[in-house]
Design a protein around this ligand. Sequence first.
Ligand code: ARG
Length: 456
Amino acid sequence: MKLWGGRFSHETDKTANDFQASIGFDRRLYREDIEGSIAHATMLGRQGIIEPSEAEKIVEGLRGILADIEAGNLTFSSDNEDIHMNIETFLTQRIGTTGKRLHTARSRNDQVALDMRMYVRRESGTLIEYVDAAIRALLELAKEHTATVMPAYTHLQRAQPVTFAHYMLAWCQMLRRDHTRLSDCLARMDECPLGAGACASTTYPIDRRFVAAELGFSDVTANSIDAVSDRDYVVELCAALALIMTHLSRMCEELVLWSSWEYRFIEMDEAYSTGSSIMPQKKNPDMAELIRGKTGRVYGDLMGLLTMLKALPLAYNKDMQEDKEACFDAIDTVKDCLTVFTPMVGTMRVNVGRLRAAADEGFINATDAADYLTKKGVAFRDAYTAVGKLVAACVEMGVTLEELPIEKLREIHPAFEEDVYAAIGLDACVSGRKAEGGPAEVSVREQIEKLERFLA
Ligand code: ARG
């Protein structure tokens, strides 16, 4: 017999029942559901809406249920549709009719709104820790490689000289913003919806502020209709998660490229590589590829949520039950990816020689050669054209800019002098770029310090 049996004369069709049941996935909200119910029952007792002794009995019953679920001693049933009804049923089985008083002045609509907020709040905190761990791993690499020169690319063509540290710090910044995006979501979801009831609050003299404080919220939701209709915070979290995946996929794409024999900038540790079933020579960066690949499903979760909410009339509609699997999947996927990403980058070997060789070969000091002329009084556009001619000559001769003899340089522009070789040497090109945010060691040290302060 269903909880709403009074209104109904016969049972829900078995298939329809299974179709609409959410216990298969919302069971993971059991802790939040029980904590919310404990706060609610305590409030009901304090306000004299139920007897204080009844409230105590309910709280004790709920604590026992929590312990039993965690010990694996209770089995959920789809006859009870969702986590809320399962727990209420356990409670009544355990403490008798007093259990039936728990749902006074509450609806499953504000109950599920509360559970999801609490769940998303807890997971957001954990996700921030995962993101920070990834930042720390990249920061360690940065500290080791402040002098490891490599080319930065635009259009995937060698562009200008940087260091491996500078590159890793670029990745850190992407993840630092991800951390702050998660904190922003947390700040906005910090309102307790309990007390909104089904949609129009309640006539009982409830104390919403007490419940909110018990559950660690700093405020209560301002409008009962909105409180049970809002899933913005789930969308926001999933949008933040989608961006984390965007960032991870960009990093992983480069890690895959850099692991290739063509680049050989890095080598993944064997613990994070796989072999081929047929080609004995292969060592594949599967973990990085799979993280890149899983990005799509998190985008899908976000799209599913947005589409589910689109044009949905206020207040609660059963459509909203669909928020859960998408949200859970996005959270699980990002956690799984970060769990592998962090030790994968932490254990990879950086091929300093290959990075340096790539920096030596792509004329990435051409801008510096033009800047050299500009600093001697030549207009930048003229300097740019002169160096363009030099590069063309180098390509033809198969040499680098710094290998050209001074006579050849002066033939193309008379402002070149012997000091040009010092000015366009790779290390000088890097150490000269000491503007805030640049790759010079002084700027990189500043970036590292700032990030360390952020993490602390
Ligand atoms: N399982 C439901 C959900 O997740 C709980 C709320 C149900 N409320 C209702 N009136 N059907 O959305």
